[in-house]
Design a protein around this ligand. Structure first.
Ligand SMILES: Cc1ncc(COP(=O)(O)O)c(C=O)c1O
Length: 482
């Protein structure tokens, strides 16, 4: 039996945003249709529009670009294009009182904050348990500099902030001098948009604020005149797909002196002496741009942001709301004949303060969870790109699967001396150890998503209706079937 009809379905649903975005799909992303692929991993990375590649190609073809920071004409041209891109970024985020530091990605931006924040001087790091590992990892810088860190919880019911606990944490640690609070504007896993008010509240209580905007800015306006965190991390491929390898750290000019850089590299200094241990770091963003920046790709950032502006970021936001609403409605209606839902969605089931990222587990007719990697494998066979696991955000997974402190302590102490075999799937291994499934399946929507993509996924999921987990052969040998 064919799981899918040979010919692509006609569009089954219609949305008010279809006119604009179906035309965009045809013009810029028709490769999805010609290759018969369904792409649902926009939080992983956006797809590049066709015109961005040709605009960038044309720019490179007609320019002589040399290593910046010299007076020769090729260098001057590269510097001009890089500075135009920087200016465009600042204007896109309404951030004229910020520095824009080019980095390899959002993680590179977060690394600068971790490395340079003065945790060594009576420091503390407060962070939500909903954070990408590139924010979680800053705790290691904090620890190694003698500081301490605290996680503030989210609720299991809706994966939103436990506001009482966060308030309690924000108003604690009064004796600390250098306090950094880190949270994501939008969760890369649940899609929850955390409230901006925490930037102001934390700052009012003496905290510096690190806003990880990587998952938020592809589909929403970030206006840094309205919300003024000290540090903001961004990856550009998540906004318009090309180029990969460029992100930025936006640093509020007032907070710039707070970041203490402990070394120097080419391009970051006004002078260095070899005879004497003397150097002077450049007094602006260049201090953090080590070595030669990616001067051939950076000009594409301006073109990419122009592209997003030509669509309108608010139109993109509305489109994502419509798609997410459709998805949540359709998936919630999908049930086995005995009434058990085919998917268990984690996080909010409506579109209020949430973006177009949804995580779920697939359940069999008895409510048992299908392994996430098996689901991904089935999707792969249908050329559907989804993502599965814990998405570099272990905090959410621990909440979703009610993993207790005791279980984690037991798990880690039981394998203290064992090195982990990297060919083993860590989450699967842990699922076996604690006796229940961990991990989830994630889908996410973006500018190129259409209703047919959603229909394809709903059809895919509906093939599991009335199925039992016993169809997953590999589970039998792993003791996960009882
Ligand atoms: C919220 C969030 N923060 C940080 C990152 C890290 O981004 P990158 O891998 O581009 O450094 C991601 C990537 O998915 C993310 O979604």
């Amino acid at each position: 039996m064919r799981l899918f009809p040979k010919k692509p379905n006609k569009l089954k649903y219609s949305l008010t945003s279809d006119n604009q975005f179906n035309a965009l799909r045809k013009k810029e992303f028709s490769r999805l249709d010609s290759l018969g692929q369904t792409y649902l991993d926009y939080t992983g990375g956006n797809l590049h529009p066709k015109s961005l590649l040709s605009d960038h190609y044309n720019l490179l073809q007609k320019s002589i670009l040399g290593n910046p920071h010299s007076t020769n004409p090729s260098s001057q041209m590269a510097t001009k294009l890089v500075e135009e891109a920087r200016k465009k970024i600042l204007s896109f985020f309404n951030a004229d009182d910020y520095y824009c530091i080019f980095t390899p990605n959002a993680s590179g931006a977060l690394k600068i904050v971790g490395e340079c924040y003065p945790f060594e001087d009576n420091g503390h790091f407060l962070l939500l348990s909903d954070n990408h590992n590139s924010v979680n990892g800053i705790r290691e810088y904090c620890k190694s500099k003698g500081g301490d860190y605290t996680y503030s919880p989210i609720f299991q019911s809706d994966l939103r902030i436990d506001e009482d606990k966060l308030m309690e944490n924000i108003t604690s640690f009064g004796v600390k001098k250098n306090k950094l609070f880190g949270f994501p504007a939008q969760s890369n896993v649940s899609g929850v948009k955390h409230d901006w008010k925490w930037v102001k509240t934390a700052k009012g209580n003496g905290w510096d604020v690190l806003l990880d905007a990587a998952a938020f800015v592809p589909t929403c306006k970030l206006d840094l005149k309205k919300v003024q965190p000290d540090f903001v991390s961004v990856s550009f491929y998540k906004i318009f797909g090309f180029p990969t390898g460029i992100g930025c750290l936006l640093v509020k000019k007032d907070s710039f002196p707070k970041l203490k850089k402990h070394w120097f590299a080419g391009g970051t200094v006004d002078y260095v002496s070899v005879k004497k241990s003397n150097h002077l770091l450049i007094a602006n963003h260049e201090r953090f741009e080590n070595g030669t920046i990616n001067y051939l790709d950076i000009p594409a950032i301006k073109l990419g942001l122009d592209f997003i502006e030509s669509i309108g970021i608010d139109n993109i936001r509305k489109r994502i709301v419509e798609l997410t609403q459709l998805f949540l409605t359709e998936m919630s209606q999908l049930k086995h004949d005995n009434g058990i839902p085919v998917v268990r969605i984690f996080g909010p089931l409506n579109t209020e303060n949430r973006g177009g990222t949804v995580i779920m587990n697939f359940q069999d007719k008895d409510g048992k969870t299908f392994p996430f990697d098996w689901i991904e494998n089935q999707a792969n066979k249908k050329l559907i790109s989804i993502r599965s696991g814990c998405f570099c955000n272990p905090g959410i997974d621990e909440v979703n699967h009610c993993v207790s402190n005791e279980e984690m302590t037991k798990f880690y102490s039981s394998r203290k001396d064992q090195s982990f075999d990297s060919s083993t799937n860590y989450l699967k291994y842990m699922s076996q150890q604690i006796g229940r499934m961990r991990g989830a399946t994630r889908v996410s929507f973006g500018i190129a998503t259409n209703t047919k993509d959603i229909e394809t996924f709903v059809n895919f999921a509906s093939k599991l209706k009335n199925k039992s987990i016993s169809i997953v052969d590999e589970l039998k040998g792993e003791g996960m079937l009882n």
